[in-house]
Design a protein around this ligand. Sequence first.
Ligand SMILES: CC/C=C\C=C\CC(=O)SCCNC(=O)CCNC(=O)[C@H](O)C(C)(C)COP(=O)(O)OP(=O)(O)OC[C@H]1O[C@@H](n2cnc3c(N)ncnc32)[C@H](O)[C@@H]1OP(=O)(O)O
Length: 327
Amino acid sequence: MAFVARRVQPLLRRRYSTAPTPSNLSLLREWVQPTASVTKLQDLRFETLAITSSLMAKSDGGNAGVVDGVLNVRLHRPAKLNAFDMTMWNELDVLFQAIEHTPEVRAVVIRGEGRGFSSGMDLGVFAAMQELLMSIECEGRKREALLGVIARFQRIISAPERCRVPVIAAVHGSCIGGAVDFVTACDIRLCDASAEFSVKEVDLAIVADVGTLQRLPNLVGEQRAKELSYTGRSFFGDEAAAMGLVLKSHADTSGLFEHAAALAKTIAAKSPLTIRGVKKVVQYQRDHSTQDSLDQVQLWNSAMLYSNDLAEAMTAMATRKPPQFKD
Ligand SMILES: CC/C=C\C=C\CC(=O)SCCNC(=O)CCNC(=O)[C@H](O)C(C)(C)COP(=O)(O)OP(=O)(O)OC[C@H]1O[C@@H](n2cnc3c(N)ncnc32)[C@H](O)[C@@H]1OP(=O)(O)O
C-alpha cells in the first residue's frame, strides 16, 4: 500500500491528474466509515419490528451505551401472527441494511412477538400482487414485474445469510411458509416445544421460491426436505431438533429466549473480524469443494490473520483477562 502511494501515485497523477478530490474522498469514506448519509439503526422507527438493544439507549452518539453488542429484533404484528405484510418486508430490508452500517452490532437475535414467530406471507400480499399485475397490460412486462418482485423477496429473505454478523432465530409457536424460508437463512435456529413448522406453500399450490427449497435440504437432507415440502405437514420443536433444522428445542419459551440471549452474548464477545471470517468460510464451504474452501481460507487468513485482534487475544490469554475487541 505504502509503495503504491509513494512510487505509483505521483506517476499516475502526472499522466492522469489522479489527485484524490474532496468529493471522491468523502463519498468513498461514506462507504468505509458511514456517517450522515446512511440512516443509523438508532434513528429508525419501525411499525412491524420492535428493536431493543443497549444500542438504542445510548444518547451520546458514541459507543458508551453499548454493553454487549447484541441486537434483539421482534417481528411485531402479533394480532396477525406476525404475518409478513409489505410493511414488514420493507422494514426487514431497511433493518438489515442498517445493521451493515452499525458496527456496534455483533450478533442479532430475532424472534416473534406474541403467540408465535410468524405465520409466513400475509395472504393479502398475494391478492395485492395479483391486482397490481392485472393492471399491467403487456404479458411480457407483467411477467417481468413478477420476476422482479420474487427476486426482491428472495433478497430480503437472504439478508440474514448475507449479514456481516451472526443471526440467531429463536422460534416459538407458528413458523409457517415464508417464515421457514427466513429462519433457514439464519446462522443458528433455536426453538421450544411449542414451535410448529410447516413448509406450507404446497397447500397454496405454490412452489416455495424464496429459499426453503435451496437451504432446507442442506440442513435436514434431501429426502426429509422433500417429504416436508411435498406434504406441508406440521412438525414441532422436538422433531425439528431431531432432524437438524434447529440446534436445540427447549421445553419452555423462557429457556429458549435465555439460550438465544446467552449464545448471542458469547458470540458478541469474540473478535468481530474473526466471526465475520468464520461465517464467510463456513458459507463458502457449503457451496464449494473442500479444496476450493481450503484455498479460500488461505486467502482470508493470509490477509486477516495478523490483526490487532490476534494481539489482543494473545495478551488476554497471557494476562488471564477477558479480551476487549474493537468493532
Ligand atoms: C414470492 C413469495 C414470497 C413468499 C412466500 C411465502 C409463502 C408462504 O408464506 S405460504 C404460507 C402462508 N401462511 C399461511 O397459509 C398461514 C395462514 N394462517 C393460518 O393458517 C392460521 O392463522 C394459523 C397460523 C394456523 C394460526 O391459527 P389460529 O391460531 O387459529 O389463529 P388465527 O385466528 O387464524 O390468526 C390470528 C389472526 O392472524 C391472521 N393471520 C394469520 N396468519 C395470517 C397470514 N398468513 N396472512 C394474513 N393474516 C393472517 C388471521 O386472519 C387472524 O386475524 P383476525 O383479524 O383475528 O381474523
